[in-house]
Design a protein around this ligand. Sequence first.
Ligand code: GRG
Length: 304
Amino acid sequence: MATGTLNIQHYLKEKKEIVDRALEEYFPDLEASSQGGDYSLSLRRAIRHSLFSGGKRIRPILSIAAFEAIGGRGNCILPFACGLEMIHTYSLIHDDLPAIDNDDYRRGKPTCHKAFGEALAILAGDGLLTEAFRLMTQNSSADPKTVLNIVHEIAWASGISGMVGGQVVDIESEGKEVSLPVLEYIHTHKTGALIATSVRTGVILGGGDAETLQAFTRFGEQIGLAFQIVDDILNVEGKAELLGKSTGSDVFKNKATYPSLLGMEESKKRALSLMESAIQSLHSFGPEVEPLKGIARFIILRES
Ligand code: GRG
């Protein structure tokens, strides 16, 4: 792909369709295909409600873009790409629960617990997290050592050392004065870790060397932090109709965010500078990394 010829909107749409199709295959609508009779139908309904409610599929697309950037071809990335999206979806379902953020709407639709009740929403999240690991380790055409490496990596980024750990510090910081290092810890763990790991997954599966992995990791870490800073900004300045949820919740909950700590202008500067550094991290690569650079720009410019 030659520099300057990439239409990132078109690229994201094309890859999202690939991810959506694969997820449909893993979680088919059993009712529509008249394969009812499954006692877990209500659970599948709750999972499908959240999995197919209009997510951007940024994490799976990043894994595919990184995989293809280093020469990876074929569908062997899809179970990992979909696994990452399933883990992301579980985190959103649990994050919306009354015990955590208590949100009624996500992506313009009732949250999982609003539509199906708390018990089913908790179990839908649990089901997605567990199924993600089953999917990633099932019938893989990849070398078993590579699969083990990726699964370990994704578990690390999703768990105590990553997303769940960051979420705990986030909750415990509500209503308190938080320093910039603590806020950065929250953002890089709660959101950044899974994003950086999505990029790393593509490189590891594609067999990238240590130098490539290091450069792509740096890229992933920088866009991961930028992603959450932009999320903070959108919570203040975003349009509710585009976000599919109300804005202002961070201020209402007295949450530490980049705008609350550094102000809006400085937050925007930080996000922009992280995006530029991320792109710079890939300076030694050619046109094959254009989609990744396009995604970095998209993260900064997004409205939802
Ligand atoms: C285990 C009870 C329990 C809870 C876990 C881990 C966790 C709760 C929450 C994760 C933290 C979290 C939800 C971080 C927010 C990350 C974020 C910016 C989400 C929005 O991502 P987008 O914009 O969403 O990619 P779409 O809608 O496009 O999929």
